[in-house]
Design a protein around this ligand. Structure first.
Ligand SMILES: NC(=O)c1ccc[n+]([C@@H]2O[C@H](COP(=O)([O-])OP(=O)(O)OC[C@H]3O[C@@H](n4cnc5c(N)ncnc54)[C@H](OP(=O)(O)O)[C@@H]3O)[C@@H](O)[C@H]2O)c1
Length: 282
């Protein structure tokens, strides 16, 4: 049986094995996907050595905090990874490791379902970490031109602005003053509001005086964060991070097994069922 893994820290609540094993069984692929907790960089090194030796390992996903560290061990990177400088998917081919990023595709696909043309919209991204990078790259690919970034650590947001300068103009907003400006779309990429701290919100929607078209939270546990609840109370469109997670998983499976054709069918027919099953596990 072939093997796939998710590596990272604090994976106890991860639902990735549920999603991937469902996709694998749907396609009749004889493989199993499981989590591997790696407490430090030394363990990451050991894991990579194990992967290179084990002929049954096809690839692995990478999550916090190794999305950047993993690049050091990869022989090749995709064009997207070269730009984003973070990978969430690695494939082993002829003993060599190639890094991919499917987070941004997951984000883009989930956003496309909401059916808003983002090209002329004012977009606020909360946070400046790995998920923010994936969302910004996704927006760049969708042709967005007015992207604002607010982050607790201001310098990290300015670094992000400089980093993406070649592709998209980002404007940095002071975290403490972010509610004073007008946006059409808000994307939360911070962990504020995530289980167990469900009473927190990264943005005061209740007091916000401008009209919003969409509030999107990359968090999926809980499915309805405080941020999204408050947006729904004001009749604003909302979306959580579950579809992003599922779509990025499907994209990773496509890469590992060179699937292109039938998976599109799977996406349409099974995604809703899978979302419901995943939500029932909370
Ligand atoms: N749905 C999906 O498929 C998906 C995929 C990836 C990530 N995510 C979500 O995105 C979140 C962030 O992931 P990441 O990879 O971007 O992590 P990361 O690289 O560690 O970045 C976290 C960001 O959140 C900010 N932050 C953290 N705690 C904060 C707090 N208490 N107050 C204000 N800002 C805070 C950090 O600000 P500083 O710079 O000041 O530290 C940083 O900008 C995850 O928790 C997850 O919920 C979802």
């Amino acid at each position: 049986m072939k093997k796939l893994y998710l590596i990272g820290k604090s994976l106890k609540h991860s639902i990735s094995p549920l999603i991937h094993n469902k996709i694998l069984s749907n396609f009749g692929i004889d493989a199993v996907y499981s989590n591997v907790e790696l407490p430090d960089f030394e363990k990451l090194k050991e894991f990579v050595e194990m992967v290179k030796k084990d002929g049954d390992v096809v690839g692995f996903n990478v999550t916090i905090p190794y999305k950047e560290d993993i690049l050091e061990f990869c022989d090749e990177v995709s064009e997207d990874v070269r730009i984003i400088q973070a990978a969430n998917t690695v494939k082993k081919e002829n003993g060599k490791l190639k890094a991919y990023n499917t987070d941004w595709i997951g984000f883009k696909k989930s956003l496309e379902e909401v059916n808003i043309d983002v090209k002329d919209k004012k977009i606020l991204i909360l946070g400046a970490g790995g998920a923010a990078k994936a969302c910004i790259y996704g927006f760049y690919k969708m042709g967005a031109k007015q992207i604002f970034v607010a982050n607790r650590t201001y310098e990290k947001a300015t670094r992000l602005r400089d980093y993406f300068r070649e592709f998209v103009q980002l404007q940095v907003i002071n975290w403490l003053k972010k509610e004073s400006y007008e946006y059409d779309i808000i994307i939360n990429t911070t962990p504020i509001g995530m289980f167990p701290e469900v009473e927190k919100s990264p943005f005061d929607i209740r007091e916000y005086r401008f009209n919003l078209l969409l509030v999107y939270d990359t968090i999926y546990n809980p499915p309805l964060t405080k941020l999204l609840k408050e947006a729904e109370l004001k009749n604003i469109n909302t979306s959580n991070g579950l579809k992003m997670l599922i779509y990025q998983a499907i994209e990773a499976e496509k890469i590992w097994w060179n699937i292109a054709k039938d998976i599109e069918q799977f996406e349409k027919e099974e995604l809703d069922v899978l979302s419901r099953n995943v939500l029932m596990t909370y």
